[in-house]
Design a protein around this ligand. Structure first.
Ligand SMILES: Cc1cc2nc3c(=O)[nH]c(=O)nc-3n(C[C@H](O)[C@H](O)[C@H](O)COP(=O)(O)O)c2cc1C
Length: 185
């Protein structure tokens, strides 16, 4: 249901190399749906139009301090239209002991996010912990994992992820009550 439908419709789209970020996007979409918001989950590569959406949640896995290309490409392709709507950004990155020096270094905002955030006038960027599964990695990535030990595992915090989605739902509900969920009027 898009366009003239009274319900708020959100596009949730995340670039993911190994599936961890896609699963976070799916959890966000599920939580928004549970809060009465229509949420479409579409990978960035498959987004052909953003017409009809009232708000956007866009995310990416982080590799060597950067967002994945499909997420950057999506935000640049629809930059002008995104800037006219509420947009929330997230990244899935830090792995390993959260108190360890690697995870702390990884928790820094990815290099591209400041530019994306200002280009689309995003309301928030949230950095979620990620998941590293040795079996899913490419050979070169596996070699890196051998050098940087202790990073393997699933560090995603589903409570934190759902709470973030709840905050988005609350903001959208507040706007809707104020008659301004869709800034196009
Ligand atoms: C080669 C490699 C480089 C990575 N570099 C970073 C990084 O710079 N910062 C970070 O926070 N996480 C980094 N990670 C962790 C991933 O971002 C994390 O595992 C993420 O959840 C993967 O998401 P995906 O499965 O959706 O691709 C790296 C992982 C690999 C395998």
């Amino acid at each position: 249901m898009k366009g003239n439908a009274p319900a708020v419709t959100v596009l949730v789209s995340a670039a993911s190399q190994h599936g961890a970020t896609a699963e976070i996007a799916s959890a966000v979409a599920g939580e928004l749906s549970a809060r009465g918001i229509e949420a479409d989950l579409v990978p960035p590569e498959e987004v052909s139009t953003i017409d009809g959406y009232d708000a956007f949640v866009i995310g990416s896995g982080v590799y060597a301090g950067h967002w994945l290309e499909p997420a950057k490409e999506l935000t640049s392709r629809f930059r002008e239209s995104l800037a006219e709507h509420p947009v929330w950004l997230f990244s899935s990155g830090p792995v390993g002991d959260p108190a360890g020096r690697f995870a702390k270094a990884m928790a820094r905002e990815p290099a591209d996010v400041a530019a994306v955030r200002s280009a689309v006038r995003a309301r928030d960027h949230h950095m979620f912990a990620g998941k590293l599964d040795r079996e899913a990695l490419r050979p070169a990535q596996r070699a890196l994992l051998r050098i940087f030990g202790g990073l393997e595992g699933d560090f995603r915090d589903w409570t934190q992820i759902r709470r973030w989605a709840d905050e988005i739902a609350a903001e959208l509900a507040g706007q809707r009550a104020g008659g301004n969920a869709d800034s196009r009027g």
